[in-house]
Each structure stands twice: as C-alpha cells, then as structure tokens.
Design a protein around this ligand. Sequence first.
Ligand code: PLP
Length: 488
Amino acid sequence: MQFHSTRNQETYVSSSQAIAQGLSSEGGLFVPVSFPKPDWKSWQGLDYPHLAQQVLEQFLTDYNRDFLLEAARQSYGDSFQGKAGYLNKVREGTWALELWHGPTCAFKDYALQLMPRLLVQAKKNLGAGEKTLILVATSGDTGKAALDGYHDIEGVEIAVFYPNHGTSEIQRLQMVTQEGSNVSVYAVNGNFDDAQTGVKKVCGDRVIQQELAGRNIRLSSANSINWGRLIPQIVYYFAAYFQLADQGAIELGQEVNFCVPTGNYGDILAGYYAKQMGLPVGKLICASNKNNVLTEFLESGRYNARREFYRTSSPSMDILVSSNLERLLYHVTGSDKKVGGYMSQLSREGEYTVTGEELAAIQADFACGCANDHQVAQEILRQYQENGYLCDTHTAVAFRVAREYQEATGDKAPMVVLSTASPFKFPGDVLAALGQEAPQDDFAAMEALERYTGRKAPASLASLREKPVRFTAVIDPVEIADVALGTK
Ligand SMILES: *Cc1c(COP(=O)(O)O)cnc(C)c1O
C-alpha cells in the first residue's frame, strides 16, 4: 500500500516512510491511496493481537507479518489486563467500548503502545540510522500515552508540550513524573491549539529540518496526524463488532452505529476507515463538548475556527482546529488542490466552507451533536443511576449525544459509545456530577470516588502522588523551536 499527501497527490511514500516522517514536507497528512477490501468476516474469533495483525497488514505492506503480530502481542497483552477492546453492555441496545484499560488509562494507549514499535521497524525497513526527535502537542492524554510508549526507546528523543493550566492535575502529574532518559516535558503558555500550531510550525520548518538533518536528527510527530497513530485505532471497531456478534446482539452484516467523543478527529476517522474496509458501520456520530466547531461544520459545511475557546470538563476534546478532518476532506473531495485551498483559507481567514455536494457526502457517514459541562454532569449522574455505569466526562459527552441522536432520528441500530478515559482520571468532576462534595485535591477526590462507588482507581493513577516531579519548565509557543534545535 502506498500513501500520499492530502496536499500533494504526486508524491508517493511507503507505509514505513509515512510513519517515520509523520507529516508530509508541504504540511499535508499522509493517507492511503486506496481502501483495502479484506475478507473481514473471516476474522471473527481472532484474539485482539491477531485481529490487529490482520488490520495492520492491510496497510503496512512493507512490514513483515510476524513482526506485526509480535508487536501487537507486546502492545496489547499484559499491559491491557486482558481487556483490549473490551465491550461492556450498558443497557439494551447500548454498549460502551472501554478503551481505557491500558497503562495510562486513556484510549490513546492503543496507538501509542504500538506506534514506537512501528517506528523503530520503519527505520530498519528504510535502512535509516538517524535519530528521531518526536514533538508532541497534547491537551492531556496524548502526552502521557506517548511518553509511556516512547520512553527509553533506542534512537528516539521525545519532547511533550501541554497547555499550561489546560490539563487536569492528574494528567499533568502523569506527564511531569515520567521516567526515562530520552524524555522531556514542557508547559506552554496558551491553549492546546497554540501548542499544536507551534509544533506543526516547527515540523514544517525547512531551516530547522536542515539544521537537524546536519546532526542526523529527523523530526517526527506522535500526534494523531501521524498515520501510525490512526491505524491501530481501526482495530477496535472490528473487535467491538465481533463481540456484538458473539453476544448474539447482531448478525454479521447488520449495521452498528458508533458514537465517538471527538477532538482531533482521529478516533472517529479510524471508524470511517473501518467502514471503508467493509465493516457494516451505520452512522459515526461525532460528539463534541462546548467547543462545538465540528458540530457546526457537520451540520452546515462551514468550519469556523474564529470563535471563543472554552476550557471544559472534557479537556482532551477542547479544540478549535481538528487536524484529521483534513484527511476526511481529502477522501471526500479526492483533490489535493481543494484540500490545500481549504487549509490555507483556514490558516489565513480562520474558516472555510465546503460545497453542498461535499457536505452531503460527509453527512452520509457522519452525524453529530454537542453537550456542555452541565449536560455532561447530568449524563454522568443519569448513567450511574439508571444503568449503574460509571463514566468519565469525555465518555459522558458521547452518551448524551448518542441518546439525543436516537431520540431525534428514531434510529434503532445497536449503539456503541466509545469510552475513552477512566472515570478516575477526572475524579473531581465525576464526583461533583454524582452530587457529592468534590475535594479540591485530585487524589483526595480519587479516594472519595472510590469510597462512594465501591470501585478501585487504577493503580497507575493512585501511585502518582508518590512520584517525584522531574519537569517544571514553562515556555512560550515560539520557544518550541529552541527545544527542537537544542536536541543533541
Ligand atoms: C484524545 C481524546 C479524545 C479525542 O480523540 P480524537 O482522536 O482527538 O478525536 C477523546 N477522549 C479522550 C479521553 C481523549 O484522550
């Protein structure tokens, strides 16, 4: 399988190159030139690593099959406690796909446990002996998941940038206590988009690229703009579907809807790829918080990033510029010129509007909705009271939007809500939603939530309190370049 850039159809790269490079040199994102059409029904009954192997080898055709299986085993074995792609029935017709049983308690572990292995192998496939410098902008969860995946990986340095005061306290501590000799972590003045724009700028800067190349260092990205981030996420759509079939909830071939709490459009786009590969996905429902730029886009075709930015109780979805939407635009328009035009209009004017035809094509696959913090809190309480289901703030956005979608459309297809974080990652907001007094301190809140619900917080979160803080630097977005250039 070859890949090309959303902004330049003429250059073709292998999957190894797409993963090693991250972003195309003119700023576009790599996409596969076609969608594989595997005999996916024959995958029923496979365990998670074997299922991952099947999906991965559709796209990563220059990787060895045995390597892919072994990498999947190492990524999704013990560290997921046997709960990779775990589907939990919440009530009749609704399931939660719990994606937070990995080492950092967020769904990003799926991509970021596997991607370092794919990257190291990509460099071997390419015969490249260079060092890889990975720059990550994070609104919270990516940072820790990337640090956990990449720490002490040979030939890799990783620097993580998070918005100062823009993450939860637990998310911050997860990052600044990270061990490893090849990691560094910075708070950036500004919001997530400022950090992400800063990282994108550095990654697209020819002068910086050349300066680093002279020292045999190549810049790359662990953000969901890297193809290596997206592809592992396709797997759990298949895993969820097969579990529904195994439970007798569906016949193979019957359509299932997925509701996805969305920020950078990576997780939901993986569902789109699964659908293109033949999985019977009905609607992919894009759930946003109060930063509802995507809701407006999916309803009207107008993407308008010039709006107020809100800090919400679901910080990993606090976003105004949703990077992976560019990939969808490419698949819908089939034109690098059009995508390039929309993207430059977005950076010049802060907005663009797709044609009516393009919007109709998008709406054929995607529905949408949004929920504010008050509605999210109500939904957490409702899920707990009605179904005994304890969910975090991000997942609650999706539960609420899924319910509204069902009520508004009467669509009776089975609904899988992607549950993207452990409720113990946001214990204060969850406790308050349950009508309990929430201590200011996150760890006190975690204990209070344990007491109130009788469930145990994941050990990796509870133990954070004892870990020494290693990183305290606060920088401006422009200084991200200095961090990159300071790499030895
Ligand atoms: C990153 C994240 C999201 C959003 O996923 P995207 O792929 O960026 O759309 C949702 N929930 C949680 C908990 C996350 O960490």
